[in-house]
Design a protein around this ligand. Structure first.
Ligand code: DGY
Length: 322
């Protein structure tokens, strides 16, 4: 009998990750990258000791409750775990892990891309060139905001927030942040700390959101808080769509209170995002690709495998979240 643990791999993973999986485990791979329904996940769970899902699998309390008792670990291929009911997993005795650290650089790069794309009207310019609407040049043509020397605000100064702040420093930006806990002096590196989000917001020319989606942070950027941002501010979100109140953000983008927004994540993604985002000129939009680099996707897979290796060797996985 083969004693290697069986693993349900819900999406197609990088070749090097699947090769390591096949060496050390009995994986059920998904070469067609099909999105499983909840019922399919539940049915396949009877064949495995572990599940390696992505944020695309909604592991609600109901789904987790229906998973076969054979499943002992959910080793997520993601840092965010809002798709996974941690309380239900804990109650069922299933360990849950995530993949922190390894995607901080890629996500920070995306946040900077969104900031610059929003500031400099990149979507508008790209559309103009493609549709042959670019007909002239003048000093008043396609003028945008310069970020050099401006104030870069961060909500959630964890790993990704810190790397993004460092990248923003390269633009001479002054860093301001809110975090549940103040960073120590070395990590803070001259950034200004605020004890409340309300105190931070008036000091942000650019606001970049890096907190996880939890019951406490859903709808965190609402109309009252957006009103506290300076006129002409830019909002960037690479965290989760749920932290933004879409109607409030869209209202402020339409009224001109905000200059622009750069968004990689959305409520209702991928298909049911707020329709106004598709119409507005002053938004720079990406399809949840914050961590989508070859290097990072390999590293995320290897980190998920490291967690599973530790678990099945009887050790505590490094990134256990439940
Ligand atoms: C993450 O790791 O949380 C990214 O958003 C991809 O799921």
């Amino acid at each position: 009998m083969n004693s290697k643990p069986a693993v349900l791999v819900t999406r197609k993973l990088p070749a090097a990750v699947e090769a390591r999986l096949s060496k050390d485990y009995q994986p059920i791979l998904n070469p067609d990258d099909k999105l499983y329904t909840a019922d399919e996940l539940v049915s396949l769970s009877a064949k495995v000791d572990a599940i390696l899902p992505c944020h695309t699998e909604k592991l609600t309390a109901d789904v987790i409750g229906r998973l076969d008792d054979r499943v002992r670990i959910i080793a997520n291929f993601s840092v965010g775990v809002d798709h996974c009911d941690l309380i239900a997993a804990k109650e069922k005795g299933i360990a849950v892990t995530n993949t922190p650290d390894v995607l901080s650089d890629a996500t920070a790069e995306t946040a900077i891309l969104l900031m610059l794309g929003a500031a400099r009207r990149a979507s508008e310019g790209d559309r103009m060139v493609r549709t042959r609407q670019w007909r002239d040049w003048s000093p008043s043509f396609m003028v945008g905001q310069q970020v050099t020397g401006k104030r870069f605000g961060v909500i959630g100064m964890g790993r990704v927030g810190q790397v993004t702040a460092n990248r923003a420093r390269c633009f001479g930006m002054d860093i301001h942040y809110y975090n549940r806990n103040r960073l120590d002096g070395k990590l803070e590196a001259g950034a200004t700390y605020y004890e409340t989000i309300e105190a931070l917001l008036p000091n942000c020319d650019v606001l970049s959101i890096h907190c996880p989606a939890t019951p406490d942070t859903i709808g965190l950027l609402n109309a009252e808080r957006i009103a506290l941002l300076p006129a002409g501010a830019i909002v960037v979100n690479t965290a989760r769509g749920g932290v933004i109140d879409d109607d409030a953000l869209i209202g402020a983008l339409k009224s001109g209170h905000l200059w622009a927004a750069g968004l990689d994540v959305f409520n209702g993604e991928p298909l049911d995002i707020h329709p106004a985002y598709r119409e507005l000129e002053n938004v720079f939009l990406l399809p949840h690709i914050g961590s989508a680099t070859f290097d990072t996707r390999d590293a995320m897979g290897f980190r998920a495998l490291d967690n599973m290796d530790a678990f099945f060797a009887g050790r505590e996985p490094g990134d256990r979240v439940a």
